[in-house]
Write a new protein. Sequence first.
Lengths: 374, 79
Amino acid sequence: MTLSALLLAMVGSAFAGVLPEDRADVLYHLYDGGGVQIDGPSILVRKKVGKSVSLVGNYYLDMVSSASIDVITTASPYTEEREQWSLGMDYLRGNTTMSVNFVSSVESDYDAETVSFSVSQDMFGDLTTLTLGYAKGTDLVRRSDDPDFERDLDKQVYSVGLTQILTKNLISTLNFETMTDEGYLNNPYRSVRYADSGSALGYSFEPELYPNTRTSNAVGIRARYFLPYRAAIEGEYRYFIDTWDIEGHTASLSYIHPWGDFTFTGKFRYHNQTAAHFYRDLFPGSQATNFRGRDKEISPLTSYTFMLKAAYEFLNDDGNDWGFLKRGSVSASVNVLHVDYDDFSDLTALAPIGSEPLYQLDANIFQLFFSFWY
Amino acid sequence: MKRTLRYRLSLLPLLAILGLSACGPIEPWVKPYERDRLADPIMALDGDPVSSSYLQHVFEAREGARGGEGSAGGGCGCN
């Protein structure tokens, strides 16, 4: 389970110089692919208190039903829930915004708590916004089949972000993030595969064993340009490297086109990464190396995502009295994800050892959400 | 030799700050009244925060990379 995406969004959500707009979002999400179905709601409410404070709360639920390639190879399909709460506050003083957030996530066998702080400063006639962030996470890893099993995992994130208006049509951001993990980084249920001539299949499984530390660095740059006929185009690139020898390149291109009360968005995202140094699809023998992992997420892979989104604004500032509401919109999106694994065999094919086909993942991600501004 | 180079490199940020301050206050080259296009909702860097943080979560669960995609600031100083 990864908390860092939500944690980073919290760190990066500070708006300097002006508080975020009051809004409420109700979202339904569905991930369906590779034998895994995850769905549930996410509800966010943000409200100003006085002129200098904005409060935000978020409730998020994942309902998981998994019969993924990992699960059906070495374990049994399962269902579970992950529930997450977060509360945050932004405090504006002059051109400086200070933010604090707390996130709590609970699963039957995994608890996580994260506290994050950030400071944003507007500079140079509000053309530049500098944001410094820090977050600390404390996780507790357990096993559903062993009540005595408990392991700690501590996470820290340091981030620096720069948002820059370059021209009257072009805005850009530069983000740098360092993350450190220390503690139990294994998945307690996952196994690695090793060659075993005594087995009928020619291989057997044993528990994975990861290093106890991981430090990663990521730098991302993004730019959005206003086209002459009222549309926008955005490009993004991220370079990633960590102490496990995973090196990644991620790039995306988006096009945003308004049409009446509708806004259409199309996006293509590409990601490529190398493997962790302790990853093997097939180890030569039992306990062959100090550390060992066969998690497909740390294997060499390339992923492609196509996204289409349509938003319809059914309430707007047209002079009519909508009570306390200023605007309202409904949005629907689909992301089609395809992943090619360069060194992760599909063992469900039951092919002779060494000639198994490589695994491929196809998943569809649906979102439907209502947004209100007040 | 390496030490001298490292020493000189460590002075670079200080020289940059001194250089900037010598030029006097930086004049905003995009005036507030020229920021109407940047204030258009289609130019919002993170217009749907609930949706984008969910997708970031999905990609971090499916890939080995993480971070670097936060929308620092996000405001365009338009208001």
